[in-house]
Every structure is written in C-alpha cells, then in structure tokens.
Write a protein that binds this ligand. Structure first.
Ligand code: NAP
Length: 163
C-alpha cells in the first residue's frame, strides 16, 4: 500500500496563510485533481473548511475531534482511524492532503512524497510543512511548470519514494 503526502510548499516549507493557500497555481490544482482522482484523501478539519466541500470522485476523509458530520465525507477521530478506514476502501494509494497537523503526524507513516516546490520564497504565511530529512527520500520524477496567466509563480513537481 502506498501512503503519500501531496503538498505544495515554497523553499521555507510554507504551505498556508489565513486558512488558504498562499498562491494561485492553476496547473498545480489540475495536478492535485489528476493525482488524487478516485483515491481516498485524508485531511484535517481546517483544510476541509478551507476547501469548503467534499472533492468529487474521491473518498473524502476528515480528521476531527469536533466535527460530527459533513455531507459527502467520513469523519474520523484520529489519523490512525482515518488510515484504517482508507485501507478498507483501496488496495492502491492513500493520500494525506494536509494541513500541517496531518502532515506532521503522517510523516513517519508515509512512503511517498509528492511535492510541488513553488518559487516564492518571499511570501509570508502561518502554516508550514514539518521539518524532514531529505536524505531519506529518493527523487524519482520531476516536472517544471512556468509562471503564466494561470500560475502566479513557477513551480516544480517532484515525486520521492522512501529510501
Ligand atoms: N500547500 C498545501 O499543499 C496545503 C495542503 C493542505 C492545507 N494547506 C493549508 O494549511 C492550512 C490548514 O492547515 P492546519 O495545519 O491549520 O490544519 P489541518 O491540519 O488541516 O486541520 C487541523 C485540525 O484537524 C484536526 N486534526 C488534525 N490532526 C488530527 C489528529 N491527529 N487527531 C485529531 N484531529 C486532528 C483537528 O480538528 P478538531 O479541532 O476539529 O479536532 C485540528 O484542529 C490552510 O492554510 C490550508 O490552506 C496547504
């Protein structure tokens, strides 16, 4: 079973500001959609509230100790419970989609990392991806995207597997 974290961050590991993304990247949203389609996605309550709805054609799992019900989602009280539920839904891949709390707790559970490295070091924000040891990860693919009308910044999508 693959358990991955799918994230966009800058070189300072910034991932969020005011419960939103710090950038507008049309091609990264398309990549997120393509990558996660038909798979179970696990997110924290803040990320769910930020997205504002369940994402179509995916198994939406929200980790929360305070939410009882959200239309189109399965609520789990812990990440462990969420992964166990996701396991019962697929033999393929479970994707952690954030935010920081989910990424942090998931760091020692994942065996794949898909990072969109955004060329926007100067941006300010309030949520960061946890510190991790890059030497434990082997880059297996990368693709560059240019700044454009739809992409506020250039970025590079890299896939890594655990060594
Ligand atoms: N750049 C990216 O790729 C990316 C991806 C995702 C999110 N983001 C950004 O990140 C920010 C949101 O992240 P965040 O760190 O503030 O919040 P978050 O991880 O999305 O949600 C935190 C909440 O989720 C629940 N939760 C998380 N882990 C839990 C656990 N192990 N057990 C029980 N409950 C748990 C708790 O909800 P309760 O309080 O209800 O218990 C907690 O308060 C936003 O700015 C968003 O735009 C960026």
């Amino acid at each position: 079973m693959i358990i991955s974290s799918l994230v966009a961050m800058n070189g300072k590991q910034l991932i969020g500001v005011n419960n939103d993304l710090p950038w507008k990247l049309k091609d990264d949203l398309q990549h997120f959609k393509n990558y996660s389609m038909y798979k179970p996605i696990i997110m924290g309550r803040n990320t769910f509230e930020s997205i504002g709805r369940p994402l179509p054609n995916r198994i939406n799992i929200v980790v929360s100790t305070t939410l009882d019900h959200a239309e189109g989602c399965t609520i789990c009280k812990s990440l462990k419970e969420a992964i166990s539920f996701a396991n019962s839904q697929t033999n393929d891949e479970i994707i952690l989609i954030g935010g920081a709390k989910i990424f942090e707790e998931g760091m020692n559970l994942i065996n794949k990392l898909v990072i969109s490295w955004v060329d926007a070091e100067h941006l300010q924000g309030d949520v960061f991806f946890p510190k991790f040891d890059m030497s434990e990860w082997l880059e297996v693919s990368s693709e560059l995207f240019s700044q454009s009308d739809g992409n506020e910044f250039s970025f590079k999508i890299c896939e890594y597997v655990k060594r």
